[in-house]
Design a protein around this ligand. Structure first.
Ligand SMILES: [Zn+2]
Length: 307
């Protein structure tokens, strides 16, 4: 499902936001320690200007500024991670609790069967902006909430909705999200190491008519070249993603209501997107993060035949 990719993006964004917050927090703490430790080692020229008392005042002042910055960073991070999903996003989409009834019982039973903790189940009025029908999870552990687009509840039968949610549970249960974060982290690392290596290679800049090793110019060239390079990397990531989709489908068939309802759901969800039916195999290999509908149906039917 498209939403799985969106969830991965959110996962990466979450890691970036938390990493950014904690990173800056740690840098402030580190710098403060350095400030206190190094306060005695003031350059000779300044020693005449600053007496001991003035130095202490300066350290105290800078410490206070740093401490304020540190806590403000954590607060901002907290707002983005904890408060935004609860208070800010609802300003843009209306979330209403899924009413009591057979669908809710069905989904809670699915969560029990797969031992996947969920708290509330919400319906989001996504159809007002897009016809993209789907479902996603937000939050962690018992605070985790399931959000169903109202297009999903409007157009799909209950076993079909259950299979869509089971597919998403599959992504979570099979560890696809941390794996994806790891893969993109490693990708970034390789990318930066590449830029680093190139910034020391005179032959690289020379090839473009520049002399010496200028990091800024290397970075600029790397940015210009990143698109063409990533073009050849993307198929690998897409191939990896497509296998994860097959896994999540198999999981949904196993723990939901078999492959049938998922096939029905996929057909309905893909109705508005006919381009997905029959791309050229090479085109699909390059660009498709999800298997085609035909492939997914074939795989689900194969699965049903072998079990
Ligand atoms: Zn998926």
């Amino acid at each position: 499902m498209e939403e799985a990719r969106a969830e991965w993006v959110r996962g990466v964004a979450l890691v970036l936001v938390v990493g950014y917050g904690l990173g800056r927090w740690a840098l402030e703490a580190l710098n403060r320690r350095h400030l206190h430790a190094g306060a005695g080692r003031i350059p000779e020229r300044l020693q005449e200007v600053w007496d001991e008392a003035a130095r202490e005042r300066m350290v105290r002042y800078q410490s206070a500024v740093s401490r304020f910055a540190q806590w403000r960073i954590l607060h901002v991070t907290g707002v983005m991670v904890v408060l935004a999903p609860r208070f800010i996003l609802p300003l843009f989409n209306r979330f209403t609790p899924l009413p009591e009834g057979t669908l809710k019982e069905r989904l809670l039973e699915l969560a029990r069967r797969t031992s996947f903790a969920i708290g509330r189940i919400l319906v989001m009025n996504g159809s007002q902006r897009s016809r993209h029908a789907n479902a996603y999870f937000t939050g962690f552990g018992r605070a985790r909430r399931v959000v169903l687009y109202d297009t999903l509840t409007g157009e799909l039968a209950e076993p079909e909705i259950e299979s869509v949610v089971a597919h998403e549970i599959g992504h979570a249960k099979l560890g696809h999200i941390p794996k994806m974060i790891l893969v993109s982290g490693l990708g970034l690392l390789v990318g930066f190491l590449g830029v680093h290596a190139l910034s020391r290679a005179e032959w690289f800049l020379a090839a473009f008519g520049f002399q010496g090793t200028a990091s800024a110019m290397t970075l600029l060239l790397c940015l210009l070249l990143s698109g063409p390079v990533l073009f050849w990397v993307e198929p690998l990531l897409n191939g990896w993603s497509r296998s994860r989709e097959f896994e999540a489908d198999a999981y949904a068939a196993r723990w939901g209501q078999g492959g049938g309802p998922l096939i029905e759901a996929l057909i309905k969800l893909n109705e508005s997107n006919l381009s997905q039916w029959m791309p050229h195999p090479l085109y699909r290999w390059f660009y498709y993060s999800h298997p085609t509908l035909a492939e997914r149906i074939a795989a689900l039917e194969r699965g049903a035949a072998t079990t």
